[in-house]
Design a protein around this ligand. Sequence first.
Ligand code: NAD
Length: 317
Amino acid sequence: MANNNRKVVLIGTGMVGMSFAYAALNQSVCDELVLIDLNEVRAKGEAMDLNHGLAFSNSSMKIYFGSYNDCSNADIAVICAGVNQQPGESRLELLQRNTKVFSSIVPRVVSSGFDGIFLVATNPVDIMTRVTYELSGFNAAKVIGTGTTLDTARLRYLLGKYFEVDPRHMHAYVIGEHGDSEIVPWSQAVMAVKPVTDLIKQHPDLYSMDDLDRISENVRTAAYEIIKAKGSTYYGIGMAVCRIVRAIFNNENSVFTVSVRLRGEYGLRNDVFIGNPCILNSGGANRILELNLTEDELEKFKDSYKILDENFHSIEF
Ligand code: NAD
């Protein structure tokens, strides 16, 4: 990866895409940011608007409206294009419509000569990541979805409040589908180094499994609640995308619950993209961490895997 000019192409300059772009500018995560959208007028307007903020930022980022030819020497292609979830609509219902959108995007990115990393945020994100993998023919390590990164952030935020500890010291993950079948494997959740299950045993007057189950339910339904309140969700996911981009550019070997193609973990076939802790660096998805799940957690993870696989196979390309 050429890191003397960190170049990102953003495809889809709607609410999610521009929340990422705004975070990227404020955090100076790249040197060049190209905006592409079916709605060219909007993408041009967004480029103008961001450029007017440059003077107030610490960045000298080059931001411009572009075309698929601009992908040729980009390091990362962030895809946020697509149709949004309507109130009450599940992420999986978006699938067919967004597959059509991706069929008009991914082949054009690839034919530009692009040799970087695809980072997908469009929902249903796990399946759209697999669609990107299939359409691109890229090595699976270079095709990543945001997966349950945002859900994990929501979980840590709520656990931090519940246990009254900095969320950065709550090590707990949401795995599986970014959607209704996602799971919180409580057997793997620790405050610093102390399992939360031990905390419950030691302080039954303060903490309970019922409370934790309520927290995981809140995480699972957070998007529905935000969509009901304000139409769509975008700041959180925009910042999650920005954080992942930074981890890739900085070759961090940081762990995120991104959507990745399994490599035989959990005894499952290795063709499904699903949220699981993964070490990310400049080569993309470096190592997938297979968790020591309880029987019940593994069963739920397998159910989630099955839903993602069946829905992928329901797509008409
Ligand atoms: P939006 O409607 O504001 O923006 C979508 C953009 O995609 C529009 O600007 C539209 O013109 C563009 N677009 C549509 N078809 C295109 C094409 N063929 N080529 C190029 N551009 C095209 O929607 P949004 O709120 O930004 O949401 C975008 C996606 O992100 C949705 O699928 C949404 O469900 C998803 N999302 C994901 C997460 C997550 O955690 N992964 C969180 C929130 C939203």
